[in-house]
Design a binder for this molecule. Structure first.
Ligand code: SAM
Ligand code: SF4
Length: 390
């Protein structure tokens, strides 16, 4: 059976009107796998016969099905993530956006983001995707310190990420993000300072900074367990976070989520949608979607994903319905990470008493009728949530 528009196999969903709606498209390809990364992504030799062309046809088919499941919706944000979307090239990314536009109506000021690895970008690439309608780019830079990039198995030179940032700005992108990883064993405070200075001097208006996580099953985890590399140290991670926050704030980028800083107005609207209880369709292998009270996720392997859609079947692996309690836990978990914080009224009486303890302990503070993490609270956000939840 050919690839056609059908809704067979998707859970029935009822969209909640009046909340932001986004589309996420997952690109499961990488040129090489970085030692720390456990994302659902595959190098050419791991694809088992799946191809970017087959993936694109399957994404088109999924989006056509999606438009039947969720009709009459205006899309506020599109986010193409991965993996390495820039491996598709300018024409490939333009086709992804065409596939979204062929099936959905984009709002007049829709935010359209793609992630990119500096290694697979160029000035013509940025010009082409800007012309195609992308408004925002998120570049994986991680660090400018060569020894840190080596521990992370990053193949680009420190200079390439900065050059890519300049090319993206010259192409006229409205917003530009750089991803940093901090706390890599062997990184010094000065290394981090240089990375932040470099990102700022490149003119970005948004920085995402993640503490290095040693994920099970990665090459990094194996090297750590063999004793070749030290495990990132919690105290060092906390210290580096404080340094980052100080440097970025002094440069006019303030935190708006625990791991994200921006100039005013440059916040990533797509990610804010996730944290603020928005709804989205997640297309592509392993992508998650959330509409109404339903969360579902696709099969992870690109070949199985394309084959299911090729047979006219939804590529869904499984789904769950969130009841009021699940929804509450999720709201607290996500909203507490935001600078806007969490409305006190969203908490039960018991939870409010526990939140008062966290205020006394200097982890939360009141801002009007909202509870916001303090600087110290941001270092312990997960523990604060565990303590507050009923
Ligand atoms: C999909 S990648 C970004 C685009 C592109 N694939 C790249 O790496 O340049 C998303 C980001 O997640 C972060 N990341 C992935 N695994 C991580 C880990 N184990 N610890 C900390 N950050 C991680 C990196 O900062 C990376 O830039
Ligand atoms: S960090 Fe980015 S480039 Fe590296 S393996 Fe993960 S998705 Fe691919």
């Amino acid at each position: 059976m050919g690839i056609g528009a059908t809704t067979a196999g998707f859970p029935a969903v009822r969209r909640t009107p009046g909340t932001a709606f986004g589309i996420y498209v997952h690109v499961p390809f990488c040129a090489t796998r970085c030692g720390y990364c456990d994302f659902n992504t595959y190098t050419a030799g791991e694809l088992g016969g799946a191809t970017p062309q087959g993936w694109l046809a399957a994404v088109r088919a999924e989006l056509a099905m999606a438009a039947c499941v969720v009709s009459d919706v205006t899309v506020d944000t599109v986010f193409v993530g991965g993996g390495t979307p820039s491996l598709l090239g300018g024409a490939g990314l333009a086709s992804v956006l065409d596939a979204v536009r062929d099936n959905f109506v984009l709002g007049p000021d829709a935010e359209v983001t793609t992630e990119a690895n500096p290694e697979s970008t160029s000035a013509p690439f940025f010009e082409q995707i800007r012309r195609a309608g992308y408004t925002r780019v998120s570049l994986g830079m991680q660090s400018v310190a060569e020894r840190v990039l080596a521990v992370l198995d990053r193949t680009h030179s420190p200079g390439r990420a900065l050059q890519a940032a300049q090319e993206a700005l010259a192409a006229g992108f409205e917003h530009l993000n750089i991803d940093l990883i901090y706390g890599t064993p062997g990184e010094s405070d000065d290394d981090l300072r240089h990375s932040v200075d470099a990102a700022l001097s490149a003119g970005v208006d948004h920085v995402s900074a993640y503490a290095l996580v040693v994920e099970d099953g990665t090459a990094l985890a194996r090297r750590v367990s063999r004793g070749e590399i030290a495990r990132p140290d919690d105290d060092v991670l906390a210290h580096r976070y404080e340094l980052l926050d100080g440097w970025l704030s002094a440069a006019g980028l303030s935190w708006y989520e625990v791991s994200n800083w921006s100039r005013p107005g440059a916040e990533c609207r797509h990610n804010l949608g996730y944290w603020n209880g928005g709804q989205w369709w997640g297309a592509g292998p392993g992508a998650h979607g959330f509409v109404g009270d339903t969360r579902w996720w696709n099969v992870k392997r690109p070949l199985a994903y394309a084959e299911q859609l090729g047979q006219g079947r939804a590529p869904v692996a499984d789904f769950e319905r969130l009841d009021d309690h699940d929804r509450h836990v999720e709201d607290v978990l996500l909203q507490i990470r935001l600078r806007e914080g969490l409305p006190v009224g969203a908490l039960s009486e018991t939870e409010q008493r526990r939140a008062t303890d966290a205020v006394t302990a200097g982890l939360l503070t009141h801002n009007g009728d909202r509870l916001v993490l303090t600087g110290r609270g941001r270092l312990l956000a997960d523990a604060v949530v565990r303590d507050v939840l009923d």
